[in-house]
Design a protein around this ligand. Structure first.
Ligand code: FES
Length: 143
């Protein structure tokens, strides 16, 4: 049912924890299941030098968050902004259809943390998508 990569990231998740004095923090909830994801970013010279996450969520949410944080570490803010759950799913060799909505949580939490970072930097964020929490639809609409 789950790929080896999903099981690996679930049983040995990377980047779990929090960052003190993070440059950006984002928290989102999944309306489908009530699970919660929080992401912390450390950003230096526009590069994501560290990222950590904490989740009150299922195994698929843990695995996708672990992989998503690995995918954005060392990347620029702009590159991280482009991360979509589709890329995370591909990197994990997929998830069962009923668990796809779980992967959206990581994408949204990272987007929320970047938005928080930009707000703290005084950037204009009026063109950024605002997400009040997962409706389960953006996985299709934001690819
Ligand atoms: Fe809630 Fe997976 S069931 S994130």
């Amino acid at each position: 049912m789950y790929s080896e990569k999903v099981m690996d990231h679930f049983t040995n998740p990377r980047n779990v924890g929090e960052i003190e004095n993070a440059d950006g923090v984002g928290q989102v909830g999944n309306m489908k299941c009530g699970d919660i994801m929080k992401v912390y970013l450390k950003i230096e010279n526009n590069i994501i030098t560290d990222v950590k996450f904490k989740t009150f969520g299922c195994g698929a949410a843990v695995a996708t968050s672990s992989m998503a944080t690995e995918l954005i570490k060392g990347k620029t803010v702009e590159e991280a902004e482009k991360l979509r759950n589709k890329a995370v799913l591909e990197a994990l060799d997929g998830l069962p259809p009923a668990k796809i909505h779980c992967s959206v949580l990581a994408e949204e939490a990272i987007a929320a943390a970047i938005k928080d970072y930009k707000m703290k930097q005084g950037h204009d964020i009026s063109d950024m998508q605002s997400c009040p929490g997962c409706c389960g639809k953006c996985g299709e609409s934001r690819e």
